[in-house]
Design a binder for this molecule. Structure first.
Ligand code: PMP
Length: 286
């Protein structure tokens, strides 16, 4: 089956979808994106992703080209037309095509470019990695300083992922000024006794939609929440560690820089948080 994608108002087979070479997303990474998971054909934490999309666009002074109902229709139609049971919907909005290359933002008449597509991931909710947990390495955080905006400028995170691949592990945790900021494409956490520790919100990290739900569920389950910087050294002496993202949900981390966390297998509280997260999100999925 040919995948049907969305480009600037049209639903077309993927090979027919085109964007100009002058698009600022292509030339300057001048654009933002969102990824929403789909479980059993329904959108997970959709409202949160749409809210963050608005915030990212607002920070870059790009006006949102679609209305609230149009975004929902787009998501539902792509899920339906591509028969997605489990997977993701990726959307991207760029500042559009000014017809030439120039550092200055074009006038407001240039319409933003919108593309969106699905990726089917049958084992999204139960990937084999959850049973063993991820191994990560720490690497310097060399991204730009506005990581709170979900831009398509993902070169350094890609390089970080390749450093992980070359080191034979699953992912990398970024470290800045001696503390962990986040993973290449996820937020990072440690658990020490009954305390869940994760970096506070700021420009240094993406404000994860999964993070916000997981903190709420953790707090309801009786964990104390500490939102503050933590180091790799503190992580190595933690009882458990994990990461969160819209597509990995809650993923245990069992090793950092070759050293085991706890007993080297996914932690009990991490597993519980993952189960709670999935159960609650399935209940509120739309
Ligand atoms: N941090 C970074 C750098 C990310 O790329 C992502 C996922 N896009 C996250 C955190 C997790 O955010 P969310 O839970 O909204 O997917």
């Amino acid at each position: 089956m040919t995948r049907i994608v969305y480009v600037n108002g049209s639903y077309v087979p993927e090979h027919q979808a085109t964007v100009s070479i002058f698009d600022r997303g292509f030339l300057m990474a001048d654009g933002v994106y969102e990824v929403t998971s789909v479980l059993d054909g329904k959108l997970i934490d959709y409202a949160g992703h749409m809210k963050r999309l608005d915030r990212s666009l607002d920070q870059l002074a790009i006006s949102n080209p679609l209305t609230v109902p149009q975004w929902l229709e787009l998501h539902r139609r792509l899920v339906r037309d591509n028969n997605i049971s489990n997977g993701i919907v990726y959307l991207q909005v760029t500042r559009g095509n000014p017809g030439d290359r120039d550092f200055k933002f074009p006038s407001k008449d240039v319409v933003p470019t919108v593309v969106a597509f699905t990726q089917s991931k049958p084992d999204l909710a139960n990937p084999p990695a959850v049973e063993v947990g991820w191994k990560v390495i720490s690497i310097p955080d060399q991204r730009w300083a506005r990581r709170d905006i979900k831009t398509v400028q993902l070169l350094y995170p890609s390089m970080g992922k390749m450093m992980a691949v070359h080191a034979g592990v699953d992912d990398a945790w970024f470290v800045e000024d001696g503390n962990v900021t986040e993973g290449t494409s996820n937020n990072a956490y440690i658990i020490v006794r009954d305390k869940l520790i994760t970096r506070q919100l700021g420009n240094e990290i993406l404000h994860g939609i999964t993070r916000s739900a997981v903190i709420q569920f953790a707090s309801e389950s009786g964990l104390q929440i500490e939102q503050r910087p933590f180091s790799i050294q503190e992580s190595l002496s933690a009882d458990e560690a994990f990461v969160t993202s819209a597509s990995a949900f809650v993923m245990p981390v069992v090793e950092i820089d070759g050293q085991s966390i706890g007993n080297g297998s996914p932690g009990r509280l991490t597993k519980k948080l993952r189960e709670t997260y999935l159960a609650r999100m399935r209940q509120s999925a739309i």
